[in-house]
Design a protein around this ligand. Structure first.
Ligand code: AGP
Length: 601
């Protein structure tokens, strides 16, 4: 997920307006940035790192960037680490075209191979760079750059919001497909951006584009067509948000925004990795990984809960697997299995404990793999293999969408390394439907009634078995992190061995029960145990079993595959924690005593 912007009509101030707009879009990605101004020629400046570095680089230039119109980009790497060369904008060899892009061009490798075979030389590792080369190749054939732009779009597949400028042309060409793009209408000034905050300082008149729309802004206004050039009507509307709200796309907190971003984050994580026709999974970056004899996971916090889930997946596939708390692994005697794989699960890729554990494993001769969200992070650079979860930047300290993306990516990992064709088709269907199922939970949740009833309770317990055990732990962690209330997660079968002593009519128990297998039946037994001690019960369930009979409240989730049910149940528990913290007026995005990435041991 990156941030793009374009504007016309600010003359000398064009560069400044674009840089200020990128500032507001940095929540979408902040590992490199760039700008291109267009006039008779195209002027490009870009830099690896935060936006300040680009500003410094531009300020240090002897000649200022000039051009009556321009585009800009702040990046969240998916293809190619954050470097100057991989930063956007990307241009063609003759510098006639400059392009910024948010999303993933799925067929970029094929296009790149064809272009290189035709003699085109590339300067970056990105998927995006195929676009300016294609555009430039059609510019020679088409008299109108708009037609050349539309032809370029016929060649590319994937998710994209693109803005492009052409030397000597006073227009900005743009389009969107499964990636946000809005236009801004000012007085003799026109804008486009990934999000409204980028130009809200100048106008509240916006035009929301639909997937497939091709928009052209010029000094006199804007035009929208379909890809075949047929004009379409897109009316404008007025935005009412405050500046503070903008970065959160209208949500009160980044955490809530990120909870609601999960369907999009999962689509990004699954894009190009599921083949529904053959019912198979293919993850390019794992092609070189040998099927392991055994797997050890190392991680912390929420990522450790994902690792617990991952280890269960491998055991179910017949591969011995265990999840370790990274700090215990790094200083412990755990022998590295022969022909084994040590997997570090870390969204930031910078957690010190997990890095130490991975270095320890590598030092003991293990093959290491990082399951991470940050391209170019230390874990990504130090491990032998990488699996990117592609969740996009997560600003809220409490991990939400990255956990769901981790569970999803771990399903891709186990299918890639221990393929089980017999079961894979059902899983592929369930993964394909997962973004929609999560949207249903977000749209239909009834958590408010639960929170209103149990706010002020003494303590909160979360129970589950099998794949739902890590979800119970994660539910409790989210609850603790942002409400500061006493909460604990347990393997449901553990209650009788001690924790049941804590259970009273003042301790609501959240029980995650999906399916009708032995684990579901046994969890219902545990529900009856706590119910018998007077505890209020909230069942998170898909309704396949009769657990609702023993519950005071039910948080429903759609029926799905046993391996995707945890992602749905987890969304309900995220919402319980978020709603309770709002009720208690906690600092949800920056909870006390915590940090987003713990870079000390
Ligand atoms: C989760 O909400 C917390 N932010 C924390 O437990 C986190 O999961 C842990 O520090 C691991 O971070 P990582 O995934 O970036 O390695």
């Amino acid at each position: 997920m990156c941030g793009i912007i374009g504007c016309i009509g600010h003359g000398e101030k064009t560069a400044e307006v674009i840089l200020d707009g990128l500032d507001t879009l940095e929540y979408r990605g902040y590992d490199s940035a760039g700008i291109a101004l267009a006039g008779d020629a195209i002027d490009v400046e870009k830099a690896e790192g935060r936006l300040e570095r680009l500003r410094d680089r531009i300020a240090s230039q002897s000649t200022p960037l000039t051009g009556p119109l321009g585009i800009g980009h702040t990046r969240w790497s998916t293809h190619g680490p954050p470097t100057d060369a991989n930063a956007h904008p990307h241009t063609d060899e003759a510098n006639r075209v400059a392009v910024v892009h948010n999303g993933i061009i799925e067929n970029y490798q094929t296009l790149r191979d064809d272009l290189e075979a035709a003699g085109v030389s590339f300067t970056s590792e990105t998927d995006t760079e195929v676009v300016p080369h294609l555009f430039a190749s059609y510019l020679t054939e088409e008299s109108d750059p708009a037609a050349a732009f539309r032809r370029t779009l016929e060649d590319i597949d994937g998710s994209y919001a693109i803005a492009a400028v052409v030397a000597g042309d006073d227009r900005i060409f743009a389009t969107r497909n499964d990636s946000p793009l809005v236009l801004g209408l000012g007085d003799d000034r026109y804008y486009l951006a990934s999000d409204v905050p980028a130009f809200l300082e100048y106008t509240r008149e916006v035009v929301y584009l639909n997937d497939g729309d091709v928009a052209i802004i010029d000094p006199d206004g804007y035009h929208v067509t379909q890809q075949d050039g047929t004009p379409v009507e897109r009316s404008s509307s007025t935005v009412t948000w405050s500046a503070d709200q903008t970065g959160k796309s209208g949500y009160d907190h980044f955490m809530l925004k990120e909870i609601h971003e999960q369907p999009t984050a999962l689509r990004q994580g699954l894009s190009g990795r599921l083949d529904e026709l053959s019912g198979t999974v293919t993850v390019e970056e794992l092609a070189a990984v040998q099927p392991p004899e055994a797997v050890q996971f190392v991680a912390r916090g929420t990522s450790y809960h994902a690792a617990l889930y991952g280890s269960e997946l491998f055991r179910a596939a017949g591969v011995p697997a265990q999840a370790f708390l990274a700090s215990e692994y790094a200083t412990g005697p755990a022998p590295v299995p022969d022909d084994g794989l040590v997997v570090g699960v870390t969204q930031s890729g910078e957690t010190a404990d997990t890095l130490s554990a991975l270095r320890e494993a590598a030092g003991r001769g293990a093959d290491t793999l990082a399951v991470t969200n940050v391209v170019g992070s230390t874990a990504a650079r130090e491990c032998d293999h990488i699996l990117y979860i592609r969740s996009g930047p997560e600003i809220g300290v409490a991990a939400t969408k990255t956990f769901t993306s981790q569970l999803t990516a771990l399903n891709l990992l186990v299918e890639e390394l221990t393929p089980n064709a017999r079961e894979m088709r059902d899983l592929v269907t369930a993964l394909r439907d997962l973004p929609g199922d999560i949207q249903q939970v977000l749209d239909e949740t009834t958590v408010d009634a639960v929170v209103d009833e149990y706010v002020g309770s003494e303590a909160f317990f979360f129970i589950g078995r099998g794949y739902q055990y890590p979800v119970a732990l994660e539910g409790a962690l989210k609850f603790k992190e942002i409400t500061y209330e006493h909460a604990e997660g347990f393997a449901a079968g553990e209650l009788k061995h001690g924790p049941l002593a804590l259970v009273t009519d003042q301790t609501p128990v959240f029980a995650v029960v999906t399916g009708t297998d032995e684990r579901a039946r046994k969890t219902i037994g545990n529900v009856k145990e706590v119910e018998a001690r007077g505890a209020p019960v909230v069942a998170v369930t898909d309704g396949q079993s009769d657990v609702a009979r023993y519950a005071d409240h039910v948080l429903e989730i759609p029926e799905t595959h046993p391996r995707t049910a945890p992602m749905l149940a987890n969304v309900q528990l995220q919402l319980v924690a978020y709603r309770m913290a709002s009720e208690l007026e906690r600092a949800i995005d920056k909870p006390r005593n915590l940090a987003k990435s713990v870079t000390v041991e």
